[in-house]
Design a protein around this ligand. Structure first.
Ligand code: ADP
Ligand code: MG
Length: 234
């Protein structure tokens, strides 16, 4: 199964002589239930590609699909609903809401969807436990370390059971030991929750743990290496 795909996706900023192609005619399939890394130097187009998959930005031309849905056909409320239901986000700087507790941060995406509050509570507590911060449920982000904040952010990304989790350099603001723990956690959560993770990184530890590695240079995909075997590809 394919979790997400780009077909000849181009994203150009500006126009005329000063136009920059952040992404140029990129085509790739993100295989479902795998751990995929976008690798490339700074400015190569990694964030641009993640923003297209996340429906945060639109391709200038070409197609972007997530779970079989072409994102360019969705607008406004339909796009934000699709995103809330099917896509989770993890950021380099964690981006937790500072005035909400760890518990409330994880609850937040669910408030956009229907569902009973009691059932939610059990799921939130179970997930905080699974990512190793159950004891900090009542703390504010400012009372947590960077690694703990990223654990909460991972729980927030997973609470809606998304088909796709997008993470833009998720270990870039962490020391290497904490980064390694966060990678291990994401890897475990990807398997346990049977979801698809796509990261951008140049962290060799993260790249080494990937199933698939997409190499990007100057806005172009230069190779897609399927490191781990997959039934889908045979
Ligand atoms: P990466 O995440 O790999 O560092 P980006 O996707 O952020 O790369 O950027 C790819 C290219 O697009 C870079 O040359 C960058 O300067 C350019 N770019 C990104 N966002 C914008 C923007 N909003 N306006 C103009 N150029 C941009
Ligand atoms: Mg970037």
């Amino acid at each position: 199964m394919i979790a997400a795909s780009l077909k000849n996706a181009t994203r150009t900023y500006g126009a005329g002589a000063t136009a920059v192609s952040a992404l140029h005619e990129a085509s790739v399939d993100i295989v479902a239930n795998r751990f995929t890394v976008l690798r490339g130097p700074s400015g190569s187009g990694k964030t641009t590609m993640l923003n297209l998959f996340g429906g945060i930005d639109r391709a200038t031309s070409g197609k972007v699909a997530v779970a079989g849905q072409e994102l360019e056909t969705l607008r406004g409320r339909a796009l934000s609903d699709f995103r809330a239901r099917h896509i989770g986000f993890v950021f380099q700087s964690f981006n937790l809401i500072p005035v909400l507790s760890a518990y409330e941060n994880v609850e937040y995406p669910l408030t956009l969807l229907a569902g009973s509050k009691a059932k939610r509570r059990d799921e939130i507590l179970a997930l905080l436990d699974a990512v190793g911060v159950a004891r900090h449920a009542r703390r504010l982000p400012g009372e947590l370390s960077g690694g703990q904040q990223q654990r909460v952010a991972i729980a927030r990304a997973l609470i809606t059971r998304p088909v796709l989790v997008l993470a833009d350099e998720p270990t870039a603001n962490l020391d290497s030991e904490t980064g390694a723990q966060i990678i291990g956690l994401m890897r475990r959560m990807q398997r346990e929750r049977a979801t698809s993770f796509v990261f951008s990184s140049h962290d060799p530890q993260l790249v080494a743990s990937a199933d698939d590695v997409v190499d990007i240079r100057d806005g172009r995909i230069v190779s897609v290496k399927r490191v781990a075997p997959s039934e889908v590809l045979q």
